[in-house]
Ligand binder design. Structure first.
Ligand SMILES: NC(=O)c1ccc[n+]([C@@H]2O[C@H](COP(=O)([O-])OP(=O)(O)OC[C@H]3O[C@@H](n4cnc5c(N)ncnc54)[C@H](O)[C@@H]3O)[C@@H](O)[C@H]2O)c1
Length: 306
């Protein structure tokens, strides 16, 4: 797994380790943390290699493969995860997010890997006209991050069609849960709100709070990743969301309530360019991967708050 020390990656490692798999984590620890994997650090079935996917994965995997045999499946989560950073540094984003995917696919082609799963994003759709957004909606990404995720998807499809590499793409919507880093300036709204509400500090909403998102709990995302890594469903691209919309104001109120109701909700000028509505169509996730993201927001928030 690439990016296994990160938020979604470390939850996926937990699930795979709990079910007896040997797991190799390739990560450069740019946003990922060793602490996220602390539970398994001395476990003989977990191997951690420091590696920048933008520079290739062959060298990092070679000693592990020599000892334990070939890599069977690759879950590719490593990425430069900030849209804002991608706008300021498009070349870095291309090297890590598109280049990293090509390195993974080249490895899969050369080594006969049975399945490659890509963490893509709702960002591939850009400004959406029709909600809920279906996988077949036009792809008009509005950031280098979205462009490189979409280019990665096209590369997966190409490697499947031309080189016979089995692949599945998952387009994550707004993922939340424990271990999402609230100190990062690029953190999701839920980790920022929960961090502030826990401390009794005000929650700041840009605009009136009627903007909506499809918030999906990380445990449900892990189930989608593991289903995607199985056999079948090659050349499928599926949204990973709940199919339910939540406004940012409703989210803020729920978090404040769960934290004892002391934080105030404040509003600031709305942000230029912010997407107003986001909602996934989830039929394909259910029909092709057999997964329904069923964790209710309030339950997921309780788990997040710990
Ligand atoms: N969290 C979300 O809501 C969301 C939504 C859409 C897509 N995604 C995608 O899901 C994946 C996981 O995201 P996350 O939320 O867990 O973020 P994260 O920052 O916690 O995880 C990313 C991981 O990739 C590693 N990484 C970054 N650059 C690397 C490089 N060059 N080489 C090797 N490792 C590198 C980081 O150290 C980190 O461990 C990413 O591909 C992201 O784009 C996440």
């Amino acid at each position: 797994m690439t990016g296994g020390a990160g938020f979604i990656g470390s939850h996926t490692v937990d699930r795979l380790m709990e079910t007896g798999h040997r797991v190799v984590v390739l990560d450069n620890f740019s946003t990922g943390k060793r602490a996220n994997l602390a539970r398994w650090v001395d476990h003989p079935m977990l191997h951690i290699a420091v590696c920048d996917v933008g520079h290739g994965i062959f060298a990092a995997l070679a000693p592990i493969v020599a000892k334990y045999g070939p890599v069977e499946r690759i879950i590719h989560l490593a990425a430069q995860v900030s849209v804002v950073h991608s706008v300021a540094n498009p070349l870095v984003d291309m090297q890590v997010n598109y280049g990293g995917t090509l390195h993974v696919l080249e490895y899969a082609r050369a080594s006969g890997v049975q399945k490659v799963v890509l963490a893509s994003s709702a960002a591939v759709y850009g400004d959406v006209e029709e909600l809920p957004v279906s996988e077949d909606a036009p792809k008009r990404p509005v950031s280098p991050y979205g462009i490189d995720k979409y280019a990665s998807e096209l590369a997966l499809d190409y490697y499947s069609a031309v080189h016979g590499v089995a692949t599945t793409t998952l387009r994550f919507f707004n993922v939340y849960g424990p271990r999402q880093d609230p100190s990062s300036p690029y953190s999701g709204v839920i980790s920022i709100f929960t961090d502030r509400a826990r401390a009794g500090r005000p929650l700041l909403i840009f605009g009136d709070g009627t903007q909506t998102r499809d918030f999906v709990y990380v445990g449900d995302v892990v189930r989608a990743i593991i289903a995607a890594a199985g056999d079948g469903n090659s050349r499928v691209a599926a949204n990973v969301g709940t199919g339910a919309e939540t406004s940012v104001l409703e989210l803020a109120r729920t978090i404040v309530d769960l934290c004892g109701g002391t934080s105030k909700i404040e509003h600031a000028e709305s942000r230029a360019g912010e997407i107003l509505k986001s909602l996934a169509r989830v039929d394909r996730l259910r029909e092709q991967l057999g997964v329904v993201a069923e964790t209710k927001l309030v339950d997921g928030l309780r788990l997040t708050l710990g």
